[in-house]
Design a protein around this ligand. Structure first.
Ligand SMILES: [Zn+2]
Length: 323
């Protein structure tokens, strides 16, 4: 039997990227032919420094979802009018996948692993872009997982030969997040929409289980790189704070996912947030801190390379890209 690396796509994927199952019409996402994917050409790596730390953002590609996933608590007309007024597509929400690599002293810390080959056809390019950027995956010392959704952990192992993509790394993730997805009774206790996510998380996390340290909030990965609790997108979601030379960078994961909705309408509840009210609270707390203290941020799904800041605007915030 001949299996191409891309040929196995979707074969084990029972549900599309819909977490709360409230949205009709999304089943078409399981097929191909998705539009408006962010371009990847010449976008493999974006580099800058923060004090003595070297930050590299690598692209894993992108993914596309219906625009309706941006808010479950706002009617279609209001959502479409807002998106249109900001020049966004009103039907499709196309997102980048920006993976952050932090070189701090002897440590080379990767934040999330991309989607691997089995989630979205437009995603799974992280390993290729490591090579394109002249980086060696064998040298990654730590992998921090913000949460266990497919586009963040399905890149842990290469499904083609089951090898580890970052074989010399130790892993860190929130204990709460591990407990949620690795629950042996997960399938009985959670809605079907989450089952393929859980099976993928269990397969990937399980493959490196003995290398994973499960941590609580404010855990220092190395000096100046701290995992902070930012729950809501998932129950145990964490972000990464990098401090060096008096500057601060917050690697958000999926605490903020959209360049206008997440900042200007933080009360809107995306269907991709599993604990919506908590996600709203976390978003506002983070935005207030980022804007007030002048932190730089990197958003996993903000437009490539997802580097910017937030500033207060009309009782909410505004994203200021710096990529
Ligand atoms: Zn994500």
């Amino acid at each position: 039997m001949t299996i191409s690396r891309r040929g196995v796509l979707s074969s084990g994927l029972a549900s599309p990227f819909v977490l709360r199952g409230a949205l009709a019409g999304t089943a078409t996402l399981a097929g191909g032919g998705l539009a408006a994917t962010p371009a990847r050409a010449n976008e493999s790596a974006h580099r800058f420094t923060l004090g003595d730390s070297e930050i590299t953002v690598l692209s894993d590609g992108g993914l596309s979802l219906p625009a309706s996933t941006l808010a479950t608590n706002v009617d279609d007309a209001e959502r479409s009018a807002f998106l249109q007024s900001h020049g966004h597509d009103t039907e499709t929400r196309a997102s980048a996948i920006n993976v952050t690599l932090i070189r701090k002293g002897d440590a080379l810390i990767l934040v999330d692993t991309g989607a691997g080959m089995n989630f979205f056809q437009e995603a799974g390019f992280l390993a290729d872009n490591f090579d394109a950027a002249g980086l060696d995956r064998d040298r990654v010392t730590h992998v921090v997982l913000t949460h266990a959704h497919p586009d963040h952990v399905w890149g842990i192992i290469d499904d083609f030969d089951e090898s580890e993509r970052f074989p010399n790394a130790q892993y860190l993730m929130g204990a709460r997040e591990w407990d949620f997805w690795m629950n042996p009774d997960f399938l009985a206790e959670n809605p079907e929409e989450l089952h393929s996510f859980a099976l993928g998380a269990q397969r990937n996390l399980g493959a490196v289980a003995e290398k994973i340290t499960r941590v609580d909030a404010d855990h220092a990965v190395v000096s100046g790189v701290t995992m902070i609790a930012t729950p809501g997108h998932t129950p145990g979601h964490m972000s990464v704070l990098v401090e060096d030379g008096g500057a601060q960078l917050l690697v958000l994961g999926d605490a903020l996912t959209h360049p206008t909705v997440s900042f200007e309408k933080p009360d809107w509840q995306p269907s991709t947030d599993q604990v919506p009210e908590l996600a709203v609270q976390t978003r506002k707390t983070l935005l207030d801190r980022v804007a007030t203290d002048g932190l730089m941020l990197i958003g996993y799904h903000l437009p490539w390379p997802g580097v910017g800041r937030a500033e207060a605007k009309d009782g909410a915030w505004r994203y200021v890209a710096e990529g």
